[in-house]
Design a protein around this ligand. Sequence first.
Ligand code: GTP
Ligand code: ZN
Length: 359
Amino acid sequence: MQQLSAQLSFDELSALHSDDETTEQPYAMFRITAIHRDRIQAIGELGRSYLTSTDLLCPPEFRPTSQFLAVGDWIMAERVEEHWRIKLIVEPKSRLQRLSGDRPQLIAANLDYLWIVTSANQDFNLKRLQRYLALALEADIEPVVILTKSDLCSEVELEEYLAQLQQLNCKLIHAISSLEGTGLDSLKPYLHSGISIALVGSSGVGKSSLLNALAGTQQEVAGIREDDGKGKHTTTARQLFFIASADEKNHGKVAVIDTPGMRELQLFNSQQGIEETFADIHSLAQRCRFGDCRHEQEPGCKVREALEKGSVDPSDFINYQKLLKEDEYAKRRELGSHAEREHQRSFSKMVKAKTKERW
Ligand SMILES: Nc1nc2c(ncn2[C@@H]2O[C@H](COP(=O)(O)OP(=O)(O)OP(=O)(O)O)[C@@H](O)[C@H]2O)c(=O)[nH]1
Ligand SMILES: [Zn+2]
């Protein structure tokens, strides 16, 4: 990752801060709004071409784009005739990533909140929510759990869902119905100007409907959905767009990133996030007699003790172990493929050197 200030000369920095919009500035700041394979769209710095997205040229050092660039990233671009070419990425304050197949894939960058969306029906799955929670906590992003489609269940059922959510290590929980408009006001306090939020959750839980409801009109979010021709709209790519902030005085914009429903969220480099998600179990585990306790039959195991007493939920413990194991496995695989690449690289270098020697 390149650090902005460290990489720019004084002249380049001053060129960025020029107020004169009529001159053809050589550099400009952009925020990435969409990535479709090699097509990268971005909006210019606030006050300039705000809300008009531009296609950026992407040099080879930022490819494959899914590993180097994320929607929400701030980048500096340089002018190349009538185009803009990415020059460097501003060190992001937060970045979400997952494993897709066996490759790390960036999901979004520079977020303040992760809205973890689940619906009050069959989709509801505490284990899946714990994955998303670990994702947010690992990246130091404040998680917010939003239970949608509250109109589909009875009051009693809703209370049951909420009671389950309260077991999560997340204090910010809201129940809403985009269809009936209930609970939407409880989300307004997040909608401060300058804030960035990403929505994650399975396909069909109502992420886009929620955004439409918050934006007020379908019109404002037109373009975020692509019609699949069957009258069913599905979000097909991560995309950043803006909704009006809810602050009374400041009529600013909130950046919101809608993400396509993920069939499976494979965590990656998330040990700390997992430990925070299961903070109770983790703190017990640290007090086990043996540092490498697997919490099976070892004497002095605090986790076993708590499980027997019933103060730790067995299904939480199973998920904690499972996620840590997956994370460990992903790390080993990633290290393995890195070592493999390094080996390939030094091998071909050696071959080249030998060939040169000979001729
Ligand atoms: N009853 C009810 N249905 C809703 C509500 N919100 C959304 N839906 C319905 O749920 C379906 C999926 O909603 P979307 O907003 O497209 O879900 P999504 O999470 O964006 O889905 P993907 O784009 O596939 O990730 C649609 O048929 C919506 O009409 C709600 O509050 N109540
Ligand atoms: Zn133990």
